[in-house]
Write a protein that binds this ligand. Structure first.
Ligand SMILES: [Zn+2]
Length: 118
């Protein structure tokens, strides 16, 4: 890559006086990206910017590309688990019931002692 970019770098602040005040002076280009869930995202890029091949879909987090016919495949990632899901993995329901009843007993004791007032 060489040549053709002479204008780059001279643009900022080089425009006519008053341009900044009007805002939206920088030319923008909307680029469509497509994800595997058929979402279409149209982020805006400065015409001076390099347009990336992929973009993360803000709706589902999948990668999206500019090929509507062939969006990127879903990555095989481990789905996000909640803290509760991890806890449930470690504890059986019986254990959970025991833990809950212990906690309740403890709470009732504290309440009886006036340590907690709810
Ligand atoms: Zn999506």
């Amino acid at each position: 890559m060489s040549g053709g970019n002479a204008i780059r770098g001279s643009r900022v602040g080089a425009g006519p006086v008053g341009e900044a005040e009007r805002g939206e002076a920088a030319a923008r280009e909307y680029v469509s990206y497509y994800c595997a869930n058929h979402h279409v995202i149209r982020p805006a890029f400065s015409v001076d910017a390099e347009i990336p091949d992929e973009w993360d879909c803000p709706r589902c987090g999948l990668p999206a590309n500019r090929n509507a016919e062939n969006p990127p495949a879903r990555p095989r990632t481990i789905p996000y688990k909640t803290h509760l899901a991890y806890v449930k993995e470690r504890r059986s329901d019986d254990e959970a019931a025991t833990i809950l009843s212990e906690a309740l007993t403890h709470l009732r004791e504290r309440r009886a002692n006036g340590e907690v007032i709810y």
